[in-house]
Write a protein that binds this ligand. Structure first.
Ligand code: IMP
Ligand code: MG
Length: 187
């Protein structure tokens, strides 16, 4: 990690411990039946990989890719499905895994689409939540941490597609955003 560009908000060890707790809670909560854990790409890929290894019951995984942000730090409000699920979900328990719940537009839209396919249940697990930013009527069922209204990167989260591989959750410094914008890579 280049600590001249970001500042650590939640270190790796704390993330690991919290993900373990979430996995245990999910393991304890789910009733009998098929559980499909659906990662929302790209942001959820790191959290998803860690989370499923902490869930101790039979499950399958699938992925959905949606786009709403482009290169910006602000939601455009427009949500598009770029890659749909591979398999039908009718009658199955669906756990949607997301990196961060911000305005809530993305998950509000995704949850409604999923409900039209008649799953047994739909729940949401997000690593981070920015409750102050919420505009859509949606809540998470499982959440790692609430974070303040600041743009964060790492642990799957990006700015202009950068920093997804950083193992900690970090605050991106304003001068970093300014530099990336000046290079014409961010918005
Ligand atoms: P929402 O539709 O506004 O809830 O936006 C959710 C999506 O916006 C997340 O899946 C992220 O891809 C992106 N996002 C929101 N806040 C941040 C942030 O602080 N850092 C990186 N991505 C973010
Ligand atoms: Mg995302």
């Amino acid at each position: 990690m280049n600590l001249n560009e970001v500042e650590i908000l939640i270190p790796e060890e704390k993330i690991k411990q919290r993900v373990k707790e979430l996995g245990q809670q999910i393991t304890a909560d789910y009733p009998e039946g098929n559980l499909v854990v659906v990662g929302i790409l790209k942001g959820a890929f790191v959290f998803m990989a860690d989370l499923v290894r902490e869930i101790d019951r039979e499950l399958t995984i699938d992925f959905l890719e949606v786009s709403s942000y482009g290169k910006s730090t602000e939601s455009s409000g427009q949500v598009r499905i770029l890659k749909d699920l591979k398999d039908p979900i009718e009658g199955k328990h669906l756990l949607l895994v997301e990196d961060i719940l911000d305005s809530g537009n993305t998950l509000h839209y995704v949850k409604n689409i999923m409900l039209q396919r008649h799953p047994a249940s739909v729940k949401i697990c997000c690593m981070l939540d920015k409750p102050d930013r919420r505009t859509a009527p949606i809540k998470s069922d499982y959440c790692g941490y609430d974070v303040p209204d600041e743009f964060v990167v790492g642990y799957g989260l990006d700015y202009a597609e950068l920093y997804r591989h950083y193992p900690a959750i970090c605050r991106i410094l304003p001068e970093t955003v300014a530099r990336i914008k000046a290079e014409g890579r961010g918005e």
